[in-house]
Design a protein around this ligand. Structure first.
Ligand code: SF4
Length: 260
């Protein structure tokens, strides 16, 4: 901490995150939701007259509704996206070209969650549109799953530099948005693509090869981890196992997911 005290932007992000978690039912600190929201608003440099309003040239600083606005029951994906605004809650905003929110059906039965956008996704603002996305499309088609049954997103919505894994603080900063998306879509089944996504959703740090193909639970929703398609491009010998996992997902949609 500097002699002048903690960075106001960091404090604002922390207060917003706590307020949002409280709305979602995680009571980690004492304090009213309104109080935390006010604290966040008061500390947020984007809402301060003395602070620069736009951290990136050429980026419109869209007004944010505040994360608390999407956490109550009935909030849809549009509300989650509106609450995100031109988010600067973690350092990943500095290198992004586009926020990559998600794609697919709001009423999807199956939700895929990867780790973060790559170069193509960052350029186009859509998840899973590069080589890895095309492989996922082929695999979905191979097991008879159509996009109207699927929603796809990532644990962080801005591209990590050099496609590194998202760091813990970045995952936590973005987690309220992911939680809002899961709540809005309310999928029957979740598939975590790769270790960072599985770790963010299930905790632990097991290699994906050790947990893939086994059913887990994310807040009562059956969750099956499998390999990330980007990994499959580098390790094609794993495609057979990933295909088995997708067949298990398709089967679970038709016959009902297992008890977890
Ligand atoms: S990764 Fe998430 S929390 Fe971080 S700046 Fe992007 S949208 Fe905001």
């Amino acid at each position: 901490m500097s002699p002048a005290g903690p960075d106001p932007a960091w404090l604002a992000a922390l207060a917003e995150n706590l307020a949002c978690r409280q709305r979602l039912g995680f009571h980690l600190v004492e304090g009213s939701p309104d109080g935390l929201a006010s604290l966040a608003a008061g500390l947020n440099p984007r809402q301060s007259a003395s602070a620069p309003r736009n951290p990136k040239p050429g980026v419109k600083d869209a007004p944010s509704a505040g994360p608390e606005d999407f956490s109550h029951a009935g909030g849809g994906l549009a509300q989650v996206r509106a609450a995100m605004g031109e988010c600067v809650r973690c350092p990943l905003h500095e290198g992004r070209r586009h926020i990559v929110f998600g794609k697919g059906a709001e009423s999807a039965e199956l939700m895929f969650i990867g780790e973060g956008p790559g170069a193509e996704e960052d350029r186009l603002g859509e998840p899973f549109v590069g080589r890895a996305g095309r492989l996922l499309d082929k695999m979905l088609a191979a097991v008879g799953l159509t996009m109207d049954r699927v929603y796809i997103t990532n644990i962080v919505k801005c591209r990590p530099p050099q496609n590194r894994d998202p760091q813990a603080g970045e995952v936590e900063a973005c987690r309220p948005f992911l939680a809002g998306q899961i709540k809005a879509v309310s999928p029957r089944i979740i598939c975590a693509l790769g270790r960072p996504a599985a770790k963010a959703l299930l905790g632990g740090d097991a290699p994906i090869s050790a947990i893939r193909g086994n059913w887990h639970s994310y807040q009562g929703v059956p969750l099956l981890p499998t390999f990330h398609p980007a990994y499959l491009l580098r390790s094609p010998e794993r495609k057979g196992q990933a295909y088995q996992d997708l067949k298990a997902l398709a089967r679970a949609l038709e016959q009902g997911p297992p008890e977890v």
